[in-house]
Design a protein around this ligand. Structure first.
Ligand code: GLA
Length: 375
């Protein structure tokens, strides 16, 4: 079975957009192994939009790889990716064209799914541009869900309709394993903050087999790439990664993994954060913030009677961020309290009975793993 915990991998779009080719994919595969990303759990290497010729093959009607970008065909690349122990991902679209105006899979779903299987594909991201207005969007995801199952190969289905049609309520039933729930991320703090905040109430729809995907990570991009804008600094990227891990979103890296800074590599391979993301119970977070919209506290039940508590300062100045344990269900006078350990610093809080108020820097966060103890 696929996707029993949030899928992890890498996707070309954020950094490279249309500038993709066989050489880049092979170098990325090498880097994923050499930099320890595969060992950390990132196993899908996904080629996003812009990989094909502008038109289908006139004889076979198949989507065919761009001859200049992939001169030896797609199997040359997928074989290489597989030889490194990675899984190979591709991209298509539910509409007649992809978002960057290449052939889409509308009315070609079964042919295309078989073609992707022939190309050695293990993961399909399925976008939503150029959908005929008269056609029901959910039906198109049901079609591709069936087509992938009939393709003869096990292919993870990564839906990408940007949250349209209340996607969380039906996409699991269409056979998808993960689904984008928002518009595209940009490489700045506002973008990733707004995406995370918009999904707090939607994590009840995320569970083993099908996960709410808050989009590819921008961590480590520093403004270089295809989803432009100002870029962020290491504090912002730390907060982004902690949010994605705490919420249980799929983790799809978007920076150039061939040239990661030591800080980016350490963040993306942080074992405690990935363990949090991959927690087998896959529960959503509870918003236990006190009152200020820039001071957020999220609480999550984990496996084995543990909990995660994240404190996020979305404001522009250092601040104290209050947490009342009764918001998480721990009432005063119950004789129990939390014992907590911060995952970056190892700091231990001692017993927290009813209230704590940690200091958190601007844009920064603190993330604790906790147990309830009797006192
Ligand atoms: C849409 C998707 C992005 C990316 C581009 C490619 O905008 O949401 O993630 O796949 O298309 O054109």
């Amino acid at each position: 079975m696929l996707a029993m915990t949030p899928p992890m991998g890498y996707n070309t779009w954020n950094t490279f957009g249309t500038n993709i080719n066989a050489q880049l994919i092979k170098e990325t595969a090498d880097a994923m192994v050499d930099q320890g990303l595969l060992d950390a759990g990132y196993k899908y290497l996904v080629i996003d939009d812009c990989w094909s010729e502008r038109q289908r093959d006139p004889k076979t009607d198949k989507i065919i790889p761009d001859h200049n970008k992939f001169p030896n065909g797609m199997n040359d690349v997928s074989d290489y990716v597989h030889s490194k122990g990675l899984k190979f991902g591709m991209y298509s679209c539910a509409g007649v064209r992809t978002c960057a105006d290449y052939p889409g899979s509308f009315d070609h779903e079964f042919l295309d799914a078989r073609t992707f299987a022939e190309y050695g594909c293990d993961f399909l991201k399925y976008d939503f541009c150029f959908k005929p207005a008269t056609i029901d969007g959910p039906l198109l995801y049901k079609r591709m869900g069936m087509a992938l199952k009939a393709s003869g190969r096990e292919i993870l289905f990564s839906a990408c309709n940007w949250g349209s049609d209340n996607v969380g309520t039906w996409i699991r039933s269409a056979g998808a394993h993960m689904y984008r729930s928002t518009g595209d991320i940009f490489d700045n703090f506002e973008s990733m903050k707004n995406i995370a905040k918009s999904q707090i109430q939607n994590y009840c729809y995320s569970a083993p087999g099908c996960f709410n995907d808050m989009d590819m990570l921008t961590c480590g991009m520093y403004g270089k790439g295809n989803v432009g804008s100002t870029g962020s600094n290491d504090t912002d990227y730390k907060t982004e990664f902690v949010l994605w891990c705490l919420f249980g979103s799929p983790l799809m890296i978007g920076c150039d993994v061939r040239n990661m800074t030591p800080a980016t590599k350490a963040l993306l391979t942080n074992k405690e954060l990935i363990r949090l993301n991959q927690d087998p119970e896959c529960r959503g977070v509870i918003d236990v913030s006190a009152w200020d919209d820039n001071k957020k506290v999220f609480f999550r039940h984990l496996a084995d009677g543990e909990y995660a508590i994240g404190f996020f300062n979305f404001g522009e100045n250092e601040a104290t961020i209050p947490f009342y344990t009764f918001h998480a269900g721990l009432v005063a006078g119950c004789g129990c309290g939390f014992e907590m350990k911060e995952l970056f610093t190892g700091e231990e809080t001692g017993l927290v009975k009813d209230y704590m108020n940690p200091v958190v820097g601007a844009h920064d966060c603190k993330i604790y793993r906790a147990k309830v103890v009797r006192f």
